[in-house]
Write a protein that binds this ligand. Structure first.
Ligand code: SAH
Length: 341
């Protein structure tokens, strides 16, 4: 496969070009083009000979949108095809404060959470930094064609476990600001709790919003729905989250998918409050999306009862609003349907 230009930072691109005898200022020009998702033949300020040379040696963008499903509420679900034909999903959500893109970090996932469709077939491969960046580039190009808007926030909550692909994900974070003008304050990273890498992220000085997929209040309960619970104890995950807050100063988000008969009793509310009360964090209660698992979500009144129990204990908590329900909202669904066809 050809080298992917979006895997490079601008200064790395200068280095790459200098080995080919291409002038330094060309790297700056090309970097702007690839950050906008432009094909080589449309890079109008480059001589034709250079465009041809680049096209022979490189790919500019590492993904293309092969399907877009638009919801009544404005949410767009993308199916991206990578250069090796693998498929990943992304979701573009419109909020009052702007557009947020939910991006994937791996093809598939090896975490095996019982409720999640993205990991059904295990991990196929990691995405490179440039491929993750390509998701943002393509979505921004998609937006630019339709309206004068850009993505303001990125949430790493698509397929994959970001902290199981640490080097590429952090390289992506380093590229995101210079390439797309999105700073770390605009990024949320969701993890099932790989504690050593939560600490590493803090030590490496990152300050994205950390979202912890907790989903249970005891290790026993958690092991039933999340195999990673066999490797990392809740107590250790929470202490890593506290450490992350200490270093980054960023409030942590605890994600909690409510599952009937599993994790929504009054004692769960008490334990959840106690686990999260020693550092600034907010609990995001998630209505479980139906997948082909045997787990069932909750109805509105069960969700509200759990929420009010939590808030009465002093927790900061909200129920996550569901977007795009008419367009295969749950992770992995669009890909599964597309592949079956
Ligand atoms: N691997 C990362 C990020 C990907 S999933 C993580 O585990 O956090 C993003 C969020 O969606 C996680 O909180 C995940 O647990 C949740 N999720 C997965 N499947 C779901 C479903 N069917 N319904 C509701 N939330 C789900």
């Amino acid at each position: 496969m050809k080298t992917l230009l979006l895997d490079f930072s601008q200064s790395e691109l200068e280095g790459e070009f200098s080995t080919l005898g291409i002038e330094r200022y060309r790297a700056e020009q090309v970097y702007k083009w690839i950050s906008a998702g432009t094909d080589f033949d449309e890079m109008s300020n480059l001589p034709k000979s250079l465009r041809t040379l680049l096209a022979e040696k490189y790919d500019s963008v590492g993904a293309k949108i092969v399907k877009d499903a638009v919801s009544r509420d404005g949410t767009v679900k993308f199916l991206y095809e990578l250069r090796d034909g693998k498929l990943i999903e992304g979701v573009l959500m419109k909020y009052k404060y702007g557009y947020t893109l939910c991006a994937s970090t791996q093809v598939g996932c090896r975490m095996g959470c019982a409720f999640c469709a993205s990991g059904r077939d295990g991990l196929e491969r990691n995405l490179t930094s440039g491929e993750i960046l390509s998701e943002v580039v393509c979505a921004n190009a998609y937006l630019a064609k339709r309206e004068n808007a850009r993505i303001g926030n990125v949430v790493l909550m698509g397929s994959g476990e970001p902290l199981d692909n640490y080097d590429n994900v952090t390289a992506f974070l380093d590229l995101l600001t210079p390439s797309q003008g999105i700073g770390q304050r605009g990024v949320s990273l969701s993890t099932c709790g790989i504690t050593p890498n939560i600490r590493r992220l803090a030590d490496d000085g990152y300050s994205v919003t950390l979202c912890l997929s907790l989903h249970a209040t005891t290790d026993e309960q958690r092991k039933k729905v999340m195999p990673t619970a066999n490797a990392y104890k809740i107590e250790d995950i929470i202490s890593a989250a506290e450490y992350y807050f200490g270093k980054s100063g960023r409030r942590v988000i605890v994600e909690y998918a409510m599952m009937r008969g599993v994790n929504i009793s009054d004692s769960d509310a008490v334990r959840l409050r106690n686990l999260t009360k020693n550092f600034p964090c907010h609990i995001n209660l998630i209505p479980l999306n139906d997948t082909d698992s045997s787990l069932s979500g909750v109805n509105k009144s069960e969700a509200r009862a759990f929420l009010s129990k939590l808030t009465s204990l002093g927790a900061s908590a909200t129920i996550r609003r569901s977007l795009g329900e008419d367009i295969e909202g749950a992770c992995g669904q669009l890909k599964r349907r597309y592949t079956k066809k």
